[in-house]
Design a protein around this ligand. Structure first.
Ligand code: UDX
Length: 449
């Protein structure tokens, strides 16, 4: 089948490449000309694990074009995968979806099934169907379907190929048949529902995951005061299959292009219907507080950040992506720079970072050399080597603020036998070789084992 894809972000490009791998011819368009040009010249506009080899294997079935009309004329089915960013009021901005629907409506010369993969508020797919119909001068019938994605960035190819479920939102039996045949090579349960329920399902799933993170983060705040170990608490909770261990990692807070904006959009949808969603609003509040509390820990330790050499390890909102949208590193680095700290950062993938004053270097060693304090913001596996004796010694003062609880307290205690250090994390006791928190000069040199 000839499939058209509008939008080559993480969702669109992964969808395109995976469908090509299942034997379809895929025609890809994006209004960002440079993205299409990059693809045409054999490059990739985004990093996604496993995407490059799969794309290369299926090169002959992937067609990149600047010509939207050609995609509309040639393809039997069109997927809309464009962005739905947050607008100034916190609603999902549907303008990119609307402009794709409008052009399909205007240019189409035959009936068409249009599949919205972008996350859109309940009711949007129905509205888009009306919009497409309104544009059409040729008496065509447009069927709009919602087929939400549940892809984690960094694992999107794996998730697309191994989904826990496929959700098809349509009340049209022909469209249902077509979608079921498109997905027949996938081994996953297919849930068919009306478009609005499919739209709501996506928001409910994302906000539940975000709520789970904020739930454990809320307990990490209590754990900090009680002097308990939140990781042991989360681990024990997760052993109960009714709770499950996923999304119970405490930390500096969630970021990314989905959770923060989806929660806000959902709250606004509910407010428009005079419904309050306290779980959702508290999830956001706890998340924001989590970043503030991490910063306060740093501030409490240093008192003044003026001219302190601070290293950020990790800038992306999570490992295995270069995406910094709503990443906790943004607010943290802004505050550090504002307070006069000299901020150096290293991230294995991030090269462009929007906060002025953050000096990006190209290796962990270069980032921590002569540093007075390391803040671990993203749990890239590479950062585990921070505790290697030779690496830690590169720091001027081995002071670590771990925003992702990357290290166990045992690992830290062991490292502190060899290199006196100060280590603070989230919801766990501080490990310190200092007599007080004021001066690194008060370092207690422990006897080596
Ligand atoms: C999410 C959903 O998982 C996915 O199903 C949906 O389609 C898109 O949104 P993504 O934004 O790629 O995917 O990232 P995810 O892995 O869910 O992590 C989101 C944020 O939560 C990250 O900042 C991550 O660091 C944080 N997180 C995740 C935690 O703080 N603790 C956890 O236990 C899990």
């Amino acid at each position: 089948m000839k499939l058209g894809i509008f939008g080559v972000g993480y969702v669109g490009l992964v969808t395109a490449v995976c469908f090509a791998d299942k034997g379809h011819d895929v025609y890809i368009h994006d209004t960002a000309k440079e993205k299409i040009a990059t693809l045409q010249s054999g490059g990739l506009p985004i990093f996604e694990e496993g995407l490059e080899p799969l794309l290369q294997q299926n090169e002959s079935k992937l067609h990149y074009t600047h010509n939207a009309t050609a995609v509309i004329h040639d393809c039997d089915v069109i997927f809309i995968c464009v962005g739905t960013p947050q607008d100034t009021e916190g609603n999902a901005d549907l303008s990119q979806v609307e402009s794709v629907v409008e052009i399909i409506g205007k240019e189409s010369r035959r009936d068409k099934v249009i599949i919205i993969k972008s996350t859109v508020p309940p009711g949007s797919t129905e509205n888009m169907e009306k919009l497409a119909q309104k544009q059409n001068k040729f008496g065509n019938r447009f069927t709009l379907v919602h087929n939400p994605e549940f892809l984690r960035q960094g694992k999107a190819v794996y998730d697309f190929m191994n989904p826990s479920k496929i959700v098809i939102g349509t009340s049209d039996s022909e469209a249902q048949k077509l979608l079921c045949s498109l997905y027949k090579k996938w081994n996953a349960p297919i849930l068919v529902t009306d478009t609005k329920s499919a739209e709501l399902l996506k928001y409910a799933a994302n906000s539940f995951l975000a709520m789970k993170i904020s739930y454990i983060n809320m307990f990490s705040q209590l754990s900090d005061k009680l002097g308990t170990n939140i990781d042991d608490v989360a681990y024990g909770m997760g052993l109960d299959p009714r709770i499950g261990s996923d999304f119970l990692n405490t930390g500096i807070g969630f970021g990314g292009s989905c959770f923060p904006k989806d929660l806000k959009a959902l709250e606004n949808v509910a407010a428009g219907l005079n419904i309050e969603l306290p779980f959702i609003s508290q999830t956001t509040t706890i998340n924001e507080k989590q970043g503030d509390l991490f910063y306060k820990k740093i501030k409490n330790f240093c008192k003044s950040l003026q001219n302190r050499k601070v290293t950020l390890l990790g800038l992306s909102f999570k490992p295995f992506t270069e995406d910094t949208r709503s990443a906790p590193s943004l607010l943290l680095s802004q505050k550090l720079v504002q307070e006069g700290a000299i901020v150096t950062a290293y991230d294995p993938l991030v090269r462009d970072f929007p906060v002025e004053g953050v000096h990006i270097v190209s290796s962990l060693e270069a980032a921590i050399k002569d540093s007075e304090m390391v803040c671990l913001v993203t749990e890239w596996p590479e950062f585990k080597k921070l505790l290697h004796g030779d690496v830690l010694k590169l720091m001027n003062e081995p002071v670590i603020f771990d925003g992702r609880n990357m290290f166990t307290l045992e690992e830290i205690n062991r490292a502190s036998w060899y290199t006196p250090l100060h280590y603070e994390s989230i919801g766990r006791p501080t490990v310190t070789s200092y007599t007080d928190n004021n001066q690194a000069a008060n370092l207690l040199v422990k006897e080596k084992d």
